[in-house]
Design a protein around this ligand. Structure first.
Ligand code: THU
Length: 132
């Protein structure tokens, strides 16, 4: 597999977004993780009639990857119809800090996939909780 670039990972997140299950908010989010070995693992948000059970795209992608034996993530792309792209929520930042601490976070608006903003997990969640 060739080297995956930012744009390709964002496109993978946009494709994953098409499989979002968001009948309540109608806010579809797609996420794609890039493992060091070049593999891409994706996910999308899934909502529940019991709203609080909803799971964000980032966590679906992360749980999908982790339970498929993937690790060492170098980047995660997140796409939604949101100006500037969707910023991961606090819960997802915690999980990213634990399982993808070195990952770059690339976010893009689904209407402007070429305009990618980049963050680090560390800057999104400084001083993350860890079990001492
Ligand atoms: N959502 C995500 O998938 N990722 C985020 O980072 C923030 C929010 C989802 C959860 C819910 O299905 C919808 O967006 C509206 O909050």
């Amino acid at each position: 597999m060739g080297k995956i670039d930012k744009q390709q990972l964002v496109r993978a997140a946009a494709r994953a977004r098409e499989r979002a299950v968001a009948p309540y908010s109608k806010f579809k989010v797609g996420a794609a993780l890039l493992a060091k070995n070049g593999e891409i693992i994706s996910g999308a948000n899934v909502e529940s009639a019991s709203y609080g059970l909803t799971c964000c795209a980032e966590r679906v992608a992360l749980f999908n990857a982790l339970t498929s034996g993937k690790k060492n993530f170098v980047a995660v792309a997140v796409v939604a119809r949101a100006p500037g792209g969707p910023m991961p929520c606090g819960a997802c930042r915690q999980l990213l800090a634990e399982y993808a601490p070195e990952a770059k976070v690339w976010v893009a608006d689904s209407r402007a996939l070429a305009k990618i903003r980049e963050f680090t997990v560390r800057e999104l969640l400084p001083s993350a909780f860890v079990i001492p």
